[in-house]
Write a protein that binds this ligand. Structure first.
Ligand SMILES: C[S@@+](CC[C@H](N)C(=O)[O-])C[C@H]1O[C@@H](n2cnc3c(N)ncnc32)[C@H](O)[C@@H]1O
Length: 272
């Protein structure tokens, strides 16, 4: 879990989901990655919206919505009704503020809940979206089964996520790996099996490796800026964290090159 005090962030080993969620609440994460906490950003989100026919009157659940960036974006661009669900109260507050600022708060709401134990009276959805979330869930089959219950017949589950096809080097197995959504990530085939095992039928899938390459490049540049700012005393962040992150990023970059680390998109449908 990450503990944050006075701008300092300390990592130790805790469950992947909890670690990921606390790290993404830290302002440094926003600065390094942006408001959209997944490779490919909103362009990949738009691709999913097209593939799932999201539009006016449809109901979307953004499961593991972070700060609600995709939730609000899709409500605005497709005119759908959206619910953002996240573990963090911070995410709910930020999501509500963003929805109000964007003028979609009449069609968007945010709830703090755990996918695994979620209150299924939340209703039924045409599309359940998971961006960089399945990789972080410790109980993947049970969580997917829970989501299957709330997808309408003929509705979709759509996800984009980090893919890993071999055991990670030790440097990426701890909290840094968790922060980068790698620690419990699977390959595309395994995600598809998990999804089909609970009853969905995969309709579309593709590698989106270019998205992870771009994100690594962007974070790498910002880590260099962060190091310089720490040196100048204008950034109060534990320097060892930056060094750790930079080393992890170098290893991750090599794994992307050799094909064992990537990003993928899957759209699957519940029988009508
Ligand atoms: C890497 S962030 C991605 C956020 C968002 N989907 C995006 O792309 O900007 C992972 C998100 O999943 C959420 N999450 C992880 N485990 C969860 C669970 N069991 N139930 C609900 N949300 C969960 C975290 O709180 C966090 O908001």
């Amino acid at each position: 879990m990450a503990n944050s005090t006075d701008g300092l962030i300390e990592l130790d080993s805790q469950p992947v989901g909890a670690c990921c969620s606390v790290i993404y609440s830290h302002p440094l994460a926003t600065w390094l990655i942006g408001e959209s906490f997944h490779p490919g950003g909103l362009a990949l989100t738009d691709e999913i919206a097209n593939l799932t026919n999201l539009g006016p009157g449809k109901r979307l659940l953004d499961a593991g919505c972070g700060r609600g960036t995709s939730t609000v974006h899709l409500a605005e661009t497709t005119q759908c009704h959206a619910v953002g669900l996240t573990l963090e109260s911070d995410g709910v507050e930020r999501g509500r503020a963003l929805a109000a600022a964007t003028g979609v708060d009449d069609r968007v709401r945010f709830v703090q809940d755990d996918i695994l134990h979620m209150d299924t009276s939340i209703g039924e959805f045409d599309v359940v979206l998971m961006e960089c979330v399945l990789s972080t869930l410790e109980q993947k089959p049970e969580s997917l089964r829970q989501l299957y219950r709330i997808v309408k017949p003929g509705g979709y589950i759509a996800l984009s996520d980090v893919t890993v096809s071999r055991e990670l080097p030790t440097e990426l197995q701890g909290s840094i790996g968790a922060a980068l959504c790698m620690a419990d990530a699977r390959d595309l085939d395994e995600y598809m099996s998990l999804i089909e095992d609970v009853g969905f039928k995969v309709k579309e899938y593709r590698s989106a490796k270019e998205a992870v390459q771009q994100l690594i490049k962007k974070i790498g540049t910002r880590l260099m800026i962060a190091e310089a700012a720490i040196g100048l005393g204008s950034l109060k962040v534990n320097r060892s964290l930056i060094v750790q992150a930079r080393d992890a990023l170098k290893i991750a970059s090599k794994l992307v090159e050799d094909g064992s680390l990537g990003y993928g998109l899957i759209v699957a449908q519940r029988a009508g």
